[in-house]
Design a protein around this ligand. Structure first.
Ligand code: FEO
Ligand code: CA
Ligand code: CA
Ligand code: CA
Length: 568
């Protein structure tokens, strides 16, 4: 029904209205269905999710984990593999028989194992895409999987623990939010709100320097510290220094050891957008998702050549933080011992302080970065910032730096914006850039000040809190939201969280998908033939997707065109 409309637009779909119900909507001519759901077995020896008791401790690292987030698709020996993050857990549905209360070490292990990463082979059969159960490529990576630590902080005294006196091996990855993919075909998973997993069983424990800036407090989110001493900061004060990094995973080798690359800095990593500079150096753009924190990029010293060595490319390089000027120019400021007064290892561990030292620009919660494959430009979703403005202090504690600035122009920013930059000389490794705001989300039906949003926001495409972002191979920017879905007052007309597509050239933005009530739409990748778009639905409310009376299940869904043409 939409073929004629498509011909006049960059968009291959007819935009859809908002929704407020508990399912997914896509345009006419498209269909969606679940591919992988929380608690679904990856191996035939795992017990599937039980509606009354959740997933057993024995099966928790043999099933698809909870709260799907960033993901990437790979082709391994002609087979389609998806690597996907499980950001966090809702204890209430994982431990339903205990109303979510963690009461013993098995509960801790269950929750630890429902998070991390899934690597799974998927295949498209007569009933659509699904998990290839027992594929030799299937793997769960959890909060207990052994990993190597590399880069400038490896072996530093701040990373040494009783269990790992060398400071080079760590168990697990946590709060894996967004993702990325290297030019050599490995997966990058990004540790975000790691602070919430640590607490102290000793009320008199004095927090070490560096805890406060990262939000590491006395109480954890899940009570791990009561049953697993590794998460008790009074017993293991250096353990939190071993999280907050980018982790590289080889999806083609289930026996490989994941690598934490400290050269890419320690902060609340959202995602990792990797791209090659013209000379072959590897550039990785990254956001630190906290109110008033920074945008970063890493540039390797060595160059990537197809088939050549890659082992040093994410360990030997330079980290930069972004500084935006009022005249639409900007600078990537190198974080070096000279510029920060910190040693290289300290810059890698206390990256936030290093970026503050060079006067980086405080941002409205940098979420995903996306790099356009058909133009030399990058985009970062600045999701919102309730504490922006003269009345608030940022995470660094300095009210002066929380006032609105050029790329973050609004007090108490509820809607978010997407900043875009063009590197000098069309070179992602360049240290200067020009920039603009691709879109400032808002509500022109309610406001007539800055909160109405930019000119490319209208009554037909209202949204708030851009978060996930991916470019498709044609250069369309797909924008996923994680915001207020009350559909009331300033958010009236926005409906549930959603996915929109943006044309970088015209600025036009149109709504493609609406998620179920309560959910965030996060994570996007494509099958190798581009005929399937895989979209993540995180923390839905019941009854998605199984139906009335059944547990709500975070899921990856497939979206296809009914005529089986490519979708990006
Ligand atoms: Fe896990 Fe910043 O989103
Ligand atoms: Ca996010
Ligand atoms: Ca978010
Ligand atoms: Ca989330």
């Amino acid at each position: 029904s939409s073929a004629q409309a498509q011909a006049t637009s960059r968009f291959g779909f007819t935009p859809i209205p908002i929704a407020t119900d508990s399912t997914i909507h896509v345009p006419d001519g498209y269909t969606w269905y679940p591919v992988a759901k929380w608690g679904e077995p990856l191996f035939s020896d795992a017990e599937p999710l039980d509606q009354a008791t959740g997933v057993s401790v024995a099966s928790a690292d043999r099933v698809f984990g909870e709260n799907t987030d960033g993901m990437e698709a790979f082709v391994v020996d002609g087979r389609q593999v998806i690597a996907v993050n499980h950001e966090y857990v809702n204890p209430g549905i994982n431990l339903p028989h205990q109303d979510g209360e963690v009461i013993n070490a098995d509960d801790v292990l269950t929750l630890q194992n429902m998070q991390g990463v899934t690597v799974m082979e998927v295949a498209e059969g007569d009933n659509g895409w699904g998990i290839v159960v027992d594929s030799d490529l299937n793997r769960r990576i959890t909060q207990n999987t052994p990993m190597a630590i590399t880069g400038p902080a490896a072996g530093h005294p701040l990373l040494q623990t009783a269990a790992d006196p060398a400071g080079t091996t760590v168990l697990g990855t946590m709060n894996n939010c967004g993702a990325g993919k290297t030019p050599w075909g490995t997966y990058l998973t990004c540790e975000e709100n790691f602070n919430g997993y640590f607490g102290s069983t000793d009320a008199d424990f004095a927090a070490p320097d560096g805890y406060a800036r990262y939000g590491i407090g006395a109480e954890s989110r899940y009570n791990y510290e009561k049953f697993d001493a590794r998460f008790d900061t009074s017993a293991n004060p250096n353990e939190p220094h071993r999280f907050g990094y980018i982790v590289e995973i080889d999806p083609a080798d289930p026996s490989s050891t994941p690598i934490k690359h400290t050269a890419l800095g320690r902060f609340k990593h959202e995602n990792a957008a990797a791209v090659l500079a013209p000379d072959g150096r590897v550039v990785v753009y990254m956001g630190d998702d906290e109110r008033g924190e920074f945008m970063y990029k890493y540039v390797s010293n060595g160059v990537y050549t197809p088939g050549g060595p890659t082992s040093e490319l994410l360990d030997d390089g330079q980290l930069y933080a972004a500084k935006f000027n009022t005249d639409a120019t900007g600078e990537w400021v190198a974080l070096t011992p000279e510029s920060t007064g910190m040693e290289a290892a300290e810059i890698a561990i206390f990256t936030r302080m290093a970026a503050s030292a060079v006067g980086a620009t405080t941002m409205d919660r940098p979420e995903w970065v996306a790099v356009n494959p058909v133009a030399v430009e990058g985009y970062c979703a600045l999701t919102n910032n309730s504490r922006r403005g003269p009345d608030f202090a940022n995470a660094g504690g300095d009210p002066a730096v929380a006032v609105p600035n050029s790329p973050n122009p609004r007090d108490a920013n509820r809607y978010g914006q997407i900043v875009r930059w063009w590197p000098a000389d069309d070179d992602h490794a360049a240290t200067t850039f020009t920039w603009d705001l691709y879109v400032m989300a808002g509500n022109p039906t309610v406001h007539d000040d800055l909160n109405k949003g930019s000119a490319n926001v209208n009554a037909g495409n209202l949204f708030n809190s851009p978060d996930g972002m991916m470019f498709d191979s044609t250069g369309l920017l797909w924008i996923q939201t994680d915001g207020d879905d009350s559909n009331e007052e300033g958010f009236a007309g926005m409906g549930n969280n959603q996915m929109l597509a943006g044309d970088p050239v015209t600025g036009q933005i149109e709504r493609f998908l609406t998620g179920p009530n309560g959910s965030e739409v996060t994570g996007l990748t494509w099958s190798a033939d581009k005929r399937t778009m895989f979209v993540g639905i995180q923390h839905p409310d019941a009854p998605f997707p199984d139906g009335e009376g059944l547990l709500a299940r975070s899921s990856i869904v497939a979206v296809k065109r009914d005529d089986n043409q490519p979708v990006g």
